[in-house]
Design a protein around this ligand. Structure first.
Ligand code: PLP
Length: 361
């Protein structure tokens, strides 16, 4: 038998949200509501759908490997040079590219036990066990992360806002983290939920980059633009950092339909505004529901919310599936009695609470 690399034994594969078709098959239920993967409940951007219809007849051709048109559009919108922008098969692929470019056995990375799960896997694949700095109060402990840094540290990962906790760090904390980085280290600032945050003191990671700080900023079309199934994310960094990432990138990593849909979605301001409004109202409804049922939750600035149901997550999750509602168990994040719930359409949010009320009473 061929022996796999030993470190693979340590990797707990990422467990995605359960697909609707699988729940239908396994539980024999219909009319299923999925609030498990922080997807856009409105569907894809209509402008993206239109663009896809025209583009589909050209999938016999390879994509533009450099994503010229989309990269230049992002460059114009964000006033940042195209050489400092990279596309990915989702932003999770860019996390992998970063690790491939900057980590190897003997080097170190830092993140937290309630940070997005992908960071630890991408480090482990490169032979690095990331230092998991505890996150009291469901947020990053910047001082403890700084203490964990040393000359071997190359990457520090945070999501802002963070998944699965829904909390965020203000500019002063992020700046402190960046300024404390050892000489050869970079902060990976994952802003997958950037568009959802409507707060004056929420920082834009690009401002740190433009100020010359060592940071890689990640964004995605999967959430606010409703294109998760197409897989398109993007990253900003200094051109030398991006050049290293291009070296490990598969040439056609961002497919042609994803590029075309993403570019069209960037112009869909109406869809983005509607997405934010549906989310705002849904979050209000969900918080009110948790308050009514006396369920503890972590106030969230994004499109999902973490709640502690104070009972074993696995059984609770399955009971919800039997009622046709898919939510996300949090055991992989060392939160065995918590669940993460995505904000859905009004009817979906009502279904969530109908099931919760049945189960909790
Ligand atoms: C913090 C964070 N980063 C990245 C992603 C993945 O995004 P993408 O679909 O672009 O790979 C997610 C998705 O859940 C996320 O929560």
């Amino acid at each position: 038998m061929t022996t796999a690399r030993l470190i693979l034994d340590e990797i707990h594969p990422y467990v995605p949200g359960k697909p609707i078709s699988e729940v239908a098959r396994e539980y024999g239920v219909t009319d299923i509501v999925k609030l498990a993967s922080n997807e856009n409940p409105l569907g894809p951007s209509p402008r993206a759908i239109e663009a896809l219809k025209n583009a589909i007849s050209e999938v016999n051709l390879y994509p533009d490997a450099g994503g010229y048109s989309l990269v230049n559009k992002l460059s114009g919108i964000h006033d940042y040079p195209p050489e400092g922008i990279i596309l990915g098969n989702g932003s999770t692929e860019i996390v992998e590219l970063i690790c491939e470019a900057f980590l190897e056995t003997g080097l170190e990375a830092i993140t937290g036990p309630q940070a997005f799960f992908k960071y630890r896997i991408a480090c482990q694949i490169m032979g690095v066990r990331p230092t998991m700095v505890p996150m009291p109060n469901y947020t990053y402990n910047v001082d403890a992360m700084i203490e964990a840094m040393n000359a071997n540290t190359r990457l520090v990962f945070i999501a802002n806002p963070n998944n699965p906790t829904g909390t965020y760090l203000k500019a002063d904390k992020i700046e402190r983290l960046i300024d404390a980085l050892p000489k050869e280290a970079t902060l990976v600032l994952d802003e997958a939920y950037f568009e959802f945050v409507d707060l004056d003191d929420y920082p834009n990671g690009l401002d740190f980059l433009k100020a010359g700080k060592r940071v890689i900023v990640l964004r995605t079309f999967s959430k606010a633009y409703g294109l998760a199934g197409l897989r398109c994310g993007y990253g900003f960094a200094s051109p030398d950092v991006i050049a290293s990432m291009h070296k490990v990138r598969e040439a056609f990593n961002c497919n042609s339909l994803a590029q075309i849909a993403a570019e069209a979605a960037l112009d869909d301001h109406e869809f983005l505004a509607r997405t934010m409004e549906v989310n705002r109202q849904g979050m209000e409804y969900t918080e009110a529901g948790f308050n009514r049922l006396n369920i503890e939750y972590v106030p969230s600035v994004t499109n999902f919310i973490l709640a502690d149901f104070k009972r074993p997550g696995r059984e609770f999750f399955e009971e919800m599936l039997r009622r046709g509602v898919i939510i996300r168990p949090m055991a992989p994040y060392d939160l065995p009695t918590c669940m993460r719930v995505s904000i859905g359409l009004p009817e979906e949010n009502r279904r969530l609470f109908k099931a919760l009320e049945e189960l909790l009473n």
